[in-house]
Design a protein around this ligand. Structure first.
Ligand SMILES: Cc1cc2nc3c(=O)[nH]c(=O)nc-3n(C[C@H](O)[C@H](O)[C@H](O)COP(=O)(O)O)c2cc1C
Length: 380
């Protein structure tokens, strides 16, 4: 990759400059561990989103979600919040109780239930509110680096990322990741990488990471080259494909295509069973692990000749033995199919963003968002 400055999140070097995107329901400790193993411990792997109110209330499920495996260093936690006071308390709790080493703040969620209450990708539109949240977070975090993840804005007429980037720099944020879509785009169309380049120019003081539509290690290298960004954040590309992190390490080490994994179906099946096993250990119940794993089946088997009948049975397997047995009936010698490359996961668009009444009237008003804006935690 030529001369590249080392990407730093505060005191933590991120090498190669590759980050697993936070994904609700996906990037729990088992999945992060799988990705990290393929990456041989390199890069950075962010937790699924944790709601700051649930954290300060020590909600049972949330306390399990903030679990990190022993090998995770630095421990990277994503927080979602809408209220400066609550975010500040959550961040202080993380710092005081040594619950993580890095905190990422989610301002990218486009889910209607969230934006309708002014949270996620709707929030940066209210510049003073964004500033207040970042100020509380950075103050509460002490020595822990705080990063921000955001979208371009609400829609093309209400872009927020350049103002948000400036505010983030002024408030002492350690790095910014930009998903090159607006909330209105949801996951449709193509991510606008030129916005990443513009943000990089606008905030030269801190690292900017590009996010959106990185489906291969070559895409990641190209994103860096085309935008001048300091690192990349990879989401859907690794769904059912955690070895993509091995490819990314290979690419950034200059080992190129020959270093990339092209697993056979047999090798994929081994990873599937391991993933389901880790989920069961994490949940403390084998069957629950296999059930939670069901959502990953279609991603892992994408492009392979599996047959819709067996794909259906795999998707309702209820024990590790059943999962292994079903996988054993497949032709496991199948090579990695071309159809498995390219987009996977959510790809649909949306046209209208649900917002609180009057939200767009004044970007500079210091509104408070109702506490119930945190009652939904579906990520995105
Ligand atoms: C299933 C799913 C869950 C997600 N959950 C979160 C989340 O909790 N926090 C967040 O900031 N982004 C979340 N995202 C957005 C991703 O982090 C990422 O920004 C987006 O998918 C674009 O990157 P990609 O094209 O590499 O997938 C989620 C995306 C998906 C597909």
């Amino acid at each position: 990759m030529g001369a590249m400055t080392q990407l730093m999140y505060g005191p933590h070097a991120v090498d190669p400059p590759v980050v697993l995107a936070p994904m609700a329901g996906i990037t729990n400790a088992p999945f992060r561990t799988l990705c990290r193993e393929f990456a041989r411990g390199r890069g950075l792997f962010v937790s699924e989103m944790i709601t700051s109110r649930a954290l300060v209330e020590r909600n049972d499920k949330t306390m399990r979600l903030i679990h990190f495996d022993a090998g995770e260093k630095p421990r990277s936690l994503q927080l979602y919040g809408v209220d400066p006071g609550t975010v500040g308390r959550a961040v202080r709790m993380i710092a005081d109780e040594d619950l993580a080493d890095h905190i990422d703040l989610n301002f990218g969620c486009p889910v209607p239930k969230v934006t309708r209450r002014g949270g996620g990708s709707a929030l940066p539109y209210k510049r003073p509110l964004l500033r207040a949240i970042l100020r509380e977070a950075v103050a509460g975090a002490g020595a822990l680096p705080v990063t921000v993840k955001m979208r371009k804005g609400i829609d093309d007429d209400h872009l927020t990322y350049l103002d948000a980037g400036r505010i983030a720099v002024e408030e002492g944020v350690a790095a910014i990741a930009l998903h090159g879509r607006t909330a209105a785009q949801h996951y449709g169309g193509q991510a606008d990488w030129s916005a990443v380049a513009r943000l990089k120019e606008a905030v030269p003081e801190i690292p900017v990471l590009g996010n959106g539509d990185i489906w291969s290690a070559d895409d990641a290298v190209r994103m860096m080259r085309e935008t001048g960004c300091d690192g990349v954040v990879v989401g859907r590309g690794c769904l059912g494909r955690p070895w993509l992190f091995g490819d990314l390490v290979a690419a950034f080490d200059g080992r190129g295509a020959e270093g990339y994994a092209r697993p056979t179906l047999g090798e994929v099946a081994e990873v599937m069973v391991r993933h389901a096993t880790l989920l069961g250990e994490w949940l403390g119940d084998e069957a629950r692990g296999v059930i939670d794993f069901r959502k990953h089946v279609a991603w892992y088997t994408k492009g392979f000749s599996v047959g819709s009948d067996l794909r259906g049975r795999l998707a309702v397997a209820a024990s590790l033995a059943e999962l292994s047995e079903l996988l054993g009936t497949l032709d496991l010698t199948q090579r990695w199919p071309a159809g498995a490359d390219g987009p996977r996961g959510r790809t649909s668009g949306r046209n209208r963003v649900s917002l609180p009444d009057g939200w767009l009237a004044d970007p500079w008003s210091a509104v408070a968002v109702g506490a119930d804006a945190e009652s939904e935690t579906s990520g995105g």
